[in-house]
Design a protein around this ligand. Structure first.
Ligand SMILES: NC(=O)c1ccc[n+]([C@@H]2O[C@H](COP(=O)([O-])OP(=O)(O)OC[C@H]3O[C@@H](n4cnc5c(N)ncnc54)[C@H](OP(=O)(O)O)[C@@H]3O)[C@@H](O)[C@H]2O)c1
Length: 325
């Protein structure tokens, strides 16, 4: 198969490219002209340059492809419109290009997010794929609207909703590894907030299995690992993976909210949006982000294979090997 991976140079995208190549598929990556391609080094991929929001068309990127894996997206922005422009409108441009210039396309796979549905109902109760979406943040709303664009595109589609993703090359959960290495395990607000997680190589396998599965057409799947953890449980596991002792630091909600506002201001001054912001604080203070992978297990035959402790150790090792820790 010829697979287009938008954002294939990014964190999750590069794991997906590796997996596709290992299975013998041909891979084309849509990257931006100024994208850092370091994670594609040594991989036999074709790179096509383009921007989901730019003036140029995306026709060359989609020509002849059998699968389109759409991972490119904005995770942060100063305004809701910034996220809508990339996540909703960029997805619209890509689906339109596929409709007119990818006659062989057998699947368009959107990597969405649990943020598109909002936090899990009733705290620890796992979200299934058919709850009514109630996204909380600009990012969540833009991913929800991107899902709508794909559903209305007329293309054979599958939507995948990962939770927090961690693994080699990730820069978000990495912040928690750095704090854990310093012996500090911050817990924002209530101690019982719980989360689903997935290890990037396992997620990549799930995305590929969705493309291979004919029953996944028109389906939405949570691709989450089996574990449900609180921040302090995750922090303790990361400390173990790093071989350090961690001390839980409970942070009151007003401190988190104030830090979010301060981060917004700092980002404005630097002129670059940051992942930690008052929008992120809204997600952090929601009761829980837990989703059931049951439908993916039943339909795709997928489950996250790597035991959590091993996945965290492999991630810690990668950070050490690359001088990040
Ligand atoms: N990481 C998570 O925890 C998580 C959880 C749930 C869902 N997701 C979803 O997974 C996908 C991949 O995320 P990631 O964590 O791998 O993030 P990432 O490393 O930042 O990858 C996103 C990619 O999108 C590209 N991109 C952004 N704007 C673009 C535009 N206008 N035109 C073309 N490409 C553009 C970026 O290109 P550059 O390289 O040029 O910046 C980047 O490579 C996203 O859609 C995200 O919403 C992530």
């Amino acid at each position: 198969m010829l697979a287009l991976v938008t954002g294939g140079q990014g964190f999750i995208g590069s794991h997906l490219c590796e997996r596709l190549l290992r299975k013998g598929h041909r891979v084309r990556v849509l990257a931006r002209p100024r994208s850092d391609l370091i994670y594609l080094k040594g991989l036999q991929v074709e790179v096509v340059f383009g921007d989901l929001t730019g003036d140029g068309d995306l026709n060359q990127a989609v020509a002849e492809v059998d699968w389109a894996f759409h991972l490119a997206g904005a995770l942060k922005g100063f305004h809701e419109a910034d996220l809508m422009r990339v996540n909703r409108e960029g997805t619209r441009r890509l689906t339109e290009a596929c409709s007119t210039h990818a006659p062989n396309l057998s699947r368009f796979l959107l990597v969405s997010s649990l943020a598109a549905v909002g936090p899990s109902p009733g705290g620890r109760l796992a979200t299934s794929e058919d709850v009514s979406p109630a996204p909380l943040t600009w990012y969540g709303k833009s991913k929800h609207e991107a899902e709508g664009v794909v559903q209305q595109s007329g293309l054979p589609f599958t939507i995948l909703r990962p939770p927090i993703v961690f693994g080699p090359r990730d820069r978000d959960v990495y912040g928690y590894f750095k704090l854990a290495k310093a012996g500090v395990l911050p817990v924002p607000g209530r101690k019982d907030r719980s989360y689903s997680l997935v290890y990037a190589p396992d997620l990549a396998e799930g995305i590929l299995q969705a493309a291979e599965c004919p029953e996944a057409v028109s389906g939405i799947f949570n691709l989450t690992g089996p574990e449900v953890l609180t921040w302090s449980e995750l922090g303790q596991k990361i400390s173990t993976a790093l071989g350090v002792r961690g001390h839980v630091l409970n942070l009151p909600e007003f401190v988190i909210r104030a830090s979010g506002k301060f981060a917004d201001l700092a980002a404005q001054l630097r002129g670059t949006p940051q992942i930690f912001s008052s929008q992120k604080v809204i997600e952090m203070l929601a009761p829980a982000w837990v989703a059931s992978p049951e439908k993916a297990r039943r339909t795709l035959g997928w489950s996250a294979k790597t035991p959590l402790d091993e996945a965290l150790s492999l991630t810690a090792q990668w950070y050490r090997d690359h001088g990040w820790l």
